[in-house]
Write a new protein. Structure first.
Length: 146
């Protein structure tokens, strides 16, 4: 789900890629974050956190305007997103296939290097949104695992 978040007159493009229990993967202005969802507190993590690291996010003390910027129309589950612009070289899975955490699901070329895209969850492939030879941009949806 995509949102436009405005805090103190600064705008942020926020995409909730997946939610699983008390964890979520979000993209903020193209940067990927793993966050823990918990009870509201009076503090908020404000420093950038690299993908794979965790932080606890709480509501900001300032009022934030959240507005959906569109309905993605995708299945529930873990979204595998393009980490950078590139070319899809191979899709290693099919819809309905069971995958395990850490498994390579697609291969993309970016900056003349091959990059394996892996899943962080175990489940079955719900949707595939790319095909071999397709150009993708940072944050583009590759596939959904549920």
């Amino acid at each position: 789900m995509n949102y436009q978040l405005k805090i103190n007159d600064k705008s942020f493009d926020v995409t909730i890629a997946s939610i699983s229990g008390s964890s979520a993967r979000v993209l903020v202005n193209g940067n990927s974050y793993d966050v823990q969802i918990g009870p509201a507190q009076n503090s908020m993590a404000t420093a950038p956190v690299p993908a794979g690291a965790s932080t606890t996010c709480s509501p900001a003390s300032q009022a934030a305007a959240l507005k959906p910027s569109g309905n993605s129309g995708v299945a529930e589950g873990e979204a595998i997103l393009a980490p950078m612009p590139g070319l899809i070289l191979d899709v290693k899975v099919k819809v309905g296939q069971v995958v395990v955490a850490g498994e390579t699901v697609a291969v993309m070329e970016a900056m003349k290097m091959e990059n394996s895209l892996t899943t962080h969850v175990t489940g079955s492939v719900k949707e595939i949104h790319v095909e071999k030879g397709k150009e993708v941009s940072t944050g583009d949806l590759i596939l959904i695992i549920g």
